[in-house]
Design a protein around this ligand. Structure first.
Ligand code: PLP
Length: 407
């Protein structure tokens, strides 16, 4: 075992998840993962004691401050940021809108933004809508239809002196493709553009580093990595200071607070450090600071998931009645497929009948699936693996897909 590597004992890990007692195969992770018991307990505990809003002189309010501060620090550790740059909110889509509205105030007619056809709609629509309102041009990075890749060389053409923002995903939850975000960010920064990276899906499968990715803004959502429904956008506090979001007058003007108009779900925030702690302790070999433990554990997660996913991916590709979308060499453990003669919803029903939880439809990869033409047929079926899935389950998934036949 090399440095940073670690082992993942899946039997122990599965024991942490009360939700697995339903006996189903949870292959629906790309749209939200199961919750481990420590997260459930942390949320319950925050509901057992009085927790008030922020800003009061009494203990229940101090508790709220503490929950918020711990959640910020945990997210900062997860993505290599600083807690003063962690904006928290209900989900990444709404936070992206918030940041997009703040950034759009700095745009001038004739400026440009670059979005990608690979992205989840949460990292497309806010930019497109606000660009249209501000008279700003929208340029599209296209996906290679055959491979599902997002070639970074095309950004040489797409970027120019008026580019203000590049929005790109760290990984597609629909087809797993992981673009070379660092290469795209280098190009964007060379023309003075900011880079907004949607790491909502990627963060569950690899330890991310804001700076290494070149992300000026990085969006994550705890419900993708075993936490509650809490979203975060992480940035350098010095950059946040330059932005003027829409806010209620009494909301503090300091950052990151000024981006958080409205109340927080403090009980849920309590689950965020618990979820990061869950990730950090997945490998029994993990030691050191939380970030160091995350490094070891997430390396173990990546290696474990890769082994299972390669098997699933190759087996599905070998089936004549199955069409797996894309073939990018660098992916997360998520894929989408269609079945000859069956609508995706029909496939999802069949899988559900066999005890398999799988999403179907456009998976919010609206632009991608429109470009591929699969939306006309009801989209695709998605299978995604998490660190709690097993080889036995993958074998079962393969058999279930192999047995699918049009009725
Ligand atoms: C890649 C990606 N981006 C964004 C989102 C939206 O996340 P949220 O539900 O937190 O708005 C999702 C949700 O599945 C996603 O998979």
């Amino acid at each position: 075992m090399g440095p940073g590597e670690g082992r993942l004992d899946v039997a122990r890990v599965r024991g942490l998840f009360p939700g697995l007692s339903d006996g189903l195969v949870h292959a629906d992770g790309p749209a939200g993962s199961l919750l481990p018991e420590n997260v459930v307990l942390a949320v319950a505990q925050a509901m057992r004691v009085p927790v008030a809003d922020r800003g009061g002189a009494f203990p229940a309010s101090a508790r709220a401050e503490g929950l918020l501060a711990s959640a910020r620090t945990a997210v900062a550790d997860l993505v290599g940021g600083v807690s003063g740059g962690v904006v928290l909110g209900p989900d990444t889509a709404r936070l992206t809108w918030t940041l997009a509205r703040a950034l759009a105030r700095t745009w001038r007619p004739g400026d440009e933004v670059v979005v990608s056809r690979l992205d989840h709609d949460a990292n497309v629509r806010p930019w497109v809508e606000l660009a249209v309102r501000a008279g700003v041009g929208v340029r599209w990075a296209e996906v290679d239809i055959e491979t599902g890749e997002l070639p970074d060389w095309q950004y040489d053409e797409l970027l120019g002196p008026r580019t203000r923002l590049v929005a790109v995903t760290a990984a597609s939850s629909a087809i797993g493709t992981r673009p070379d975000v660092a290469a795209i960010a280098r190009r964007a920064h060379a023309v003075g553009a900011l880079v907004f990276v949607d790491a909502t899906h990627a963060a569950a499968h690899d330890l991310l580093d804001l700076r290494a990715l070149g992300a000026d803004f990085l969006a994550v959502a705890a419900d993708m990595w075993c936490g509650p429904h809490v979203g975060a956008v992480v940035a350098d506090p010095a950059l946040l200071v330059e932005l003027e979001p829409e806010k209620l007058a009494p909301v503090p003007d300091r950052v990151p607070d000024r981006f958080e108009s409205g109340g927080h779900a403090f009980e849920l925030l309590a689950g965020v450090p618990a979820a990061v702690e869950h990730l950090a302790s997945l490998s029994e070999d993990a030691c050191g600071t939380r970030r160091e433990r995350l490094e070891t554990s997430m390396a173990a997660v990546a290696a474990y998931e890769r082994g299972l996913f390669d098997w699933l991916d190759q087996a599905l590709r070998a089936m004549r009645h199955v069409q797996v979308i894309g073939s990018a060499p660098l992916t997360t453990p998520a894929l989408s497929f269609t079945v000859a003669g069956m609508r995706p919803r029909q496939v999802a029903h069949e899988l559900s009948r066999r005890g398999i939880c799988a999403w179907d439809g456009d998976l919010y990869a609206r632009e991608l699936f429109d470009a591929l033409g699969v939306n006309e047929e009801g989209g695709a079926v998605q299978l995604g693996l998490m660190h709690y899935n097993t080889a036995e389950e993958v074998g079962y998934l393969i058999d279930a897909v192999a047995a699918l036949r049009p009725r």
